[in-house]
Design a protein around this ligand. Sequence first.
Ligand code: ATP
Ligand code: MG
Length: 451
Amino acid sequence: MLRLLRTTTFRVALLYLCLFLGSVGVILGVVYRSTAGFVESQLHEAIGEDIGALREQFDRRGLPGLIDAVRVRSAAPHTNSIYLVMAPGGVALAGNLSGWPGGAPDEQGWLHFTVADTGGPSGGPATARAVSFALPGGLRLLVGRDMSELDSVRRQIVSSLGWIFAVTAALGVAGGVLLSRSVLHRIEAINRTTRRIIDGDLSGRVARSGNGDEIDRLAGNLNAMLDRIEGLMAGLRQVTENIAHDLRTPLTRLRTRIELTLLREDEEPEAYRAALQDALAEADRLLSIFTALLSIAQVESRAQREDFRPVDLAEVAETAADLYEPLAEEKGLAFTTEIRERPVVQGNAQLLAQAVANLLDNAVKYTPPGGRVVLTVDRNRVTVADSGPGIPPDQRDAVLRRFVRLDDARATPGNGLGLSLVDAVARLHRAHLELDDNRPGLRASLVLPEA
Ligand SMILES: Nc1ncnc2c1ncn2[C@@H]1O[C@H](COP(=O)(O)OP(=O)(O)OP(=O)(O)O)[C@@H](O)[C@H]1O
Ligand SMILES: [Mg+2]
């Protein structure tokens, strides 16, 4: 309950309730004033007429006339009028009041008193007001009204005012509680899901109401974010497993080699030397895997492109070609470089050269002797085409993943990391790597965004 009262919705509901009660109060206040004021002014008017009539009686017929008139009026059944004619000695001559009321008149000359004290027309206790006049000869006349009617009107208005206030307040509080309960309920569902995720269960999703309001949209965004995180986590787990798996083989090999060497006790020093050299080569291979993995990770983690400079793509291609041309020729491959344009792109020249070199490395490595390798630079793409076995269309996504090597490639040395780096470099440059059929062979293109 306390949490409910602390919700924003409840506070807003409460604020509106206060505003509403305020305006209801003002309206009821105006109604009260006009109703009670109307009754009051009517009473005043009636008293005024009474006074006029009695004075006329006094003027025309003297004291007996006045006493007569007062007697007749006082005797009227169910009257709410109050009269009293008083002789100088405090003797009541006529009227329906047993004694002159105490208290001093207010600024307007009104006497306020309670009728029960002096025995008024209604018998019971009631408030009354009256005006008094001094008549010639020390006589005093009091004309007034029993105000019970006005009082009851007032009481009624006040009591209905109280009811309206109470019902409005109750409705408002109940509405606020209901409203914040439903909001709290939905927020609680989100909180439960988040707690489950904090506890390690990434599969949890927030249930959506489907009405498209702000909470529903928030839930949708949360779910989309969770999907993304789950995907990333799965990818990360896959990579970690791959790394662990692929590093085990060379490490085991290294260990076996050392163990075997230790077991051979009677060998010549030359044999030990050869075994150590093998172990060194194996360690180098391991190191190269780590280096390759690290550079992929570095490229992938580099979110900003602050060190990007204008890079001449043709120059990048030529640098890589200079490195691989001798290797290609040594293997008996025809190597050609076609620079059709010299595009300048924003990027990191070293990484771009590494990517082109990796493509050339694959082409030279997987194309059998007698084949050819063509390096082309176009308006916004660098292409390496070869006449080797190529990559089947359904494997073209897979070879971009770390450690993935096709069965045909098992005979050649490699770690399955070259294309992963090319892909990472491409994405860093907002470019993409296209693998196509060269009929026969592979055509790998690094396609950079148009300037
Ligand atoms: N030009 C190509 N022709 C045929 N197959 C290729 C070619 N380039 C890549 N592949 C296939 O894609 C796989 C992945 O290539 P990638 O460059 O990532 O790794 P790798 O060459 O095996 O090892 P590394 O590049 O790490 O030394 C290769 O093992 C090979 O099966
Ligand atoms: Mg490679």
